[in-house]
Design a protein around this ligand. Structure first.
Ligand code: ZN
Length: 305
């Protein structure tokens, strides 16, 4: 598995179809494995996609409608069966804690997995590592719903020409990187003199919601944005009434927010031609548009130059 990629496990909203499983998405990011919104059938889809239960280090649920959580019992029992050797943090809206507990303990099994519930009750940074943060932001869907984004911290890219010009070679480069400055022949060189900012990458996950501030905050500058587009613009009234987005709305947000790769998913079973979603999105957004299909893999795009 490539170090940073998204595995699409399912792409149907409410009702699975012959070609689309209920939702399910697995993000692999430098050894972290985040399972988002495991709908019904996720365990089987993982087998088809080659994702092992022990690859999961974290589970993020946006909300407790069935297409986003009915697969949780199978996944947690499989984590136990496979003796996953690490803790698995589970993030979900705090008001759905009763649902979480029911799904977590849905039937009899030998329960040995170390699953750590972490309910969310407002916009927050929910996990931090040296290289990245994971944030949750409130969406607008009738019942409590949170989207997520993973933000890699900015780093610095060394510029070999400038290093050479200032006479920084060999071990001095390491000293400069560790300490932020180095002295060569009486000349003090700082990191900023010989490097530039290397912008961190961003992944965003936006499920069931109307347009709201949270959608834009999550999408802001995303290299890869996974976003629901249950409807097409022709059914914008239905989208508003049921707390969903259209492909056109998702694409306009992506264009406004500087997204690079736009992944549309969570399609209503009322449409049978996926090309309609690509066409509608493409008329508002110049970047890459992917109409998600089950069991496909989408790499996080290469770093911006
Ligand atoms: Zn849904």
């Amino acid at each position: 598995m490539s170090p940073r990629e998204l595995v699409i496990l399912g792409t149907a909203s409410q009702v699975p179809t012959r070609t689309r499983n209920h939702n399910g998405y697995f993000l692999s990011w430098d050894g972290e494995g985040i399972l988002f919104d495991p709908g019904d059938g996720t365990q089987r889809q993982m087998a088809h996609a080659g994702v092992a239960a022990s690859d999961i280090t974290r589970i993020c649920l946006t909300h407790f409608h069935g297409d986003h959580c009915l697969g949780l019992p199978g996944v947690v029992q499989r984590l136990s069966l496979d003796r996953a050797p690490h803790p698995v943090n589970a993030h979900f809206p705090a008001t759905g804690t009763a649902y979480f507990e029911r799904l977590r303990h849905a039937s009899a099994f030998h329960d040995v997995a170390d699953i750590r519930p972490e309910p969310i009750d407002g916009d927050a940074t929910i996990a931090e590592r040296r290289q990245w943060t994971l944030e949750a932001k409130r969406l607008d869907h009738g019942i409590d719903c949170f989207g997520y984004r993973l933000v890699e911290r900015d780093g610095r890219r060394m510029l070999p020409e400038l290093l050479g010009a200032r006479g920084v070679h060999g071990p001095a480069v390491g000293v400069l990187q560790r300490e932020g400055a180095v002295t060569v022949d009486g000349d003090t060189i700082s990191l900023a003199d010989v490097s530039e900012v290397r912008r961190g990458q961003r992944f965003a996950f936006v499920m069931d919601t109307r347009l709201c501030a949270g959608v834009r905050e999550l999408a802001d500058g995303a290299d890869l944005l996974v976003i629901e587009s249950t409807y097409l613009d022709v059914d914008a009234g239905l989208a508003e009434a049921h707390g969903h987005l259209t492909a056109g709305q998702a694409a306009r947000v992506a264009a406004e927010c500087g997204v690079r790769t736009l992944v549309l998913t969570h399609f209503s079973q009322r449409y049978d031609d996926p090309a309609l979603f690509a066409r509608e999105a493409g008329s508002f957004f110049d970047g890459e548009v992917v109409v998600a299909e089950d069991l496909t893999r989408i790499p996080v795009p290469a770093r911006r130059p």
